[in-house]
Design a protein. Structure first.
Length: 177
């Protein structure tokens, strides 16, 4: 399969860090993949710049309750404190993440997004990175956390923050091709 034959789900909700959605999405769209926004939010959702400033709004393509890992080749989890905190409490979002791992499909998470891995009991025994403030939560969930711009552990790709987006984008594009 060429990248142009690949379909990527971006799982997010209100409060997503805009650049952690738009930069990886542009990289994958530019490579020819089809990207869709999957969310527990309905209609449109509000992105943020940091935790305080409203950025753009984005249309939801697929409700998370109707999404299936079978329909996608990769899952990307953008960060943002509010987004990541809300997603880890959404049963359908957690179930979708578990389904991607069960199917051994690539899952990429940046910044606060790996919180959902702890909630889904998928961090245990995995080597990963994240935003520094989530380190203790992930270590307590059994992860082998390291301070690196990108960590690849099998099908899991993680990155720390927006400053690492170039490396994150290269890693997810490589995993998809």
């Amino acid at each position: 399969m060429a990248v142009s034959d690949k379909k990527v789900a971006f799982l997010l909700t209100r409060g997503v860090e805009q650049v952690e959605l738009t930069s990886p999405r542009a990289a994958l769209d530019g490579a020819g993949a089809t990207t869709v926004i999957v969310s527990p939010s309905e209609g449109t959702l509000q992105a943020m710049e940091g935790d305080w400033e409203h950025a753009d709004t984005f249309d939801v393509d697929v409700p998370v309750a109707q999404a299936s890992a079978d329909d996608y080749d990769m899952l990307v989890l953008p960060g943002g404190t509010l987004n990541a905190d809300a997603l880890r409490l959404d049963e359908d979002a957690v179930a979708l993440v578990k389904a991607f791992f069960a199917a051994d499909k690539p899952v990429a998470a940046i910044c606060h997004a790996p919180w959902i891995l702890a909630e889904a009991d998928l961090a245990r025994g995995r080597k990963l990175t994240s935003y520094i403030s989530t380190r203790t939560d992930l270590v307590n969930a059994g992860a082998d956390w390291e301070d690196s711009e990108v960590v690849v552990d099998g099908n899991l790709i993680t990155s720390r923050n927006p400053g690492d987006l170039d490396a994150f984008n290269r890693a997810i594009a490589a995993a998809l091709s």
